[in-house]
Every structure is written in structure tokens, then in C-alpha cells.
Design a protein around this ligand. Sequence first.
Ligand code: DC
Length: 217
Amino acid sequence: MNTVIAVDGTAASGKGTLAKKLAAHFGFYHLDSGSLYRLAALGVIDAGGDPNNEADAVKAARVIDPSKTDDVRLRSAEIGKAASLVSVFPPVRAALLDYQRAFAGRKPGAVIDGRDIGTVVCPDATAKLFVDATPEVRAHRRWLELKSYGQAPDEAQIFKEICERDERDTNRAISPQKPAADAALLDTSQLGIDAAFAAALALVQPKIEALRARPRG
Ligand code: DC
């Protein structure tokens, strides 16, 4: 089995940054699975469709181009919300599953961040983290992030949207946002990036070493 690190967590919890840093540390590939849902959402919007409409969402999800995940339009609050809306439809999730599982097979290893990586996409992942922080801290981080993209965000509005997103992502019927039973929980509310990374590494490293120490065959 390939070495896979699943980094699930809430919106703006820092999971993406941690996943990227873990990938760099171990020399693994990194996939931000949320960007796949965002690409599907952007496809719906660009086609003049409705993210609440299952047929529109499925059509867009089936034709996403995962090489386009650096499109800055994916990072807007509007697309984040639309991604959360399209992600509730089972055929949308199914359309994105093969790509994620194939990515998990990339050697020498893969780090994938998202909502259901440890529970559904890679239930046999080598190491699983579930990253969270208070909604206030997450709203502030998202506000800083959007500002860095040249946008003029309203922090109170972002806080409201984060709470709505938590509600929808946690309560959807299929693949809800929740820690896998064997995930290590990491609350980054009080931690800066370096401290959060050190904490994540301390949780993940023993699992990677245990896999490496296991006899092959
Ligand atoms: O992590 P993000 O904010 O880029 O994710 C955007 C939305 O995509 C999120 O609100 C729910 C959905 N998503 C999902 O359902 N499953 C994933 N593995 C990743 C994201």
C-alpha cells in the first residue's frame, strides 16, 4: 500500500497549509481535494447553471480539469459556498472519487486534504489528521487569505458563512465532514503555522515510520 496522509478538517482550519507543509517535508505529492469541488462549482457558474441543481452540478463535476486548480477565481467566497452546495450530491462526489484515489497511489506518497479523505476516499490511509479551530479564528484566517488575493472581505459576513458551511458540510447525508474513528485531532486555534506544523508532524511521523519499519510482502 502507498503511503498516504489524510488531512481532513473544517473550512479555514489550516488543513491546506499543514497538508502542503507535510507533503514538502516527506517529499510527497499534495492534493487539495476542496479545489476539485471548487472547480466543479466554477464550471456550474461559468455555464450559467445553479449549484443547487443536481444535474448542473453533476455535468460540471464530470468534466473538471484537475490541472486548473491554481485558478485564482477558485478562491473566492462565492465559489467556496457553491463548492459546498455541489458537494452534497452523491453523483458529484462519485465523479471526483476516481481522481482522488488514483492520486493517493502516487509514489512515494500522497498527502490529501479535504473533508472525507480519512473516512471515504482513503479509509486505509497511513496517517489521519482532523484539523479544527474555533469559528472566530477560522473566519479571521479566511479574511486574511481573501485580502491576500486582493479582495475586500467583510469579516462578520465570513464568520456567518463559515458557520453555515460547517452546518451544511457536517450534516449532509453522504460523506459528511467528520473525523475518522482513527484520526488524530488537532486544534489549531492557539497555534501559529510553525507550532501547528510541529504538532501535526509529531502526530504523523510515528505512523509513517511504523509503515516503513514493517516487513514487505
Ligand atoms: O476545503 P474547501 O473550503 O476548499 O472546500 C470547499 C467545499 O468543498 C467544502 O465546503 C465542502 C466540499 N468538500 C467536500 O465535500 N469534500 C472534500 N473532500 C473537500 C471539499
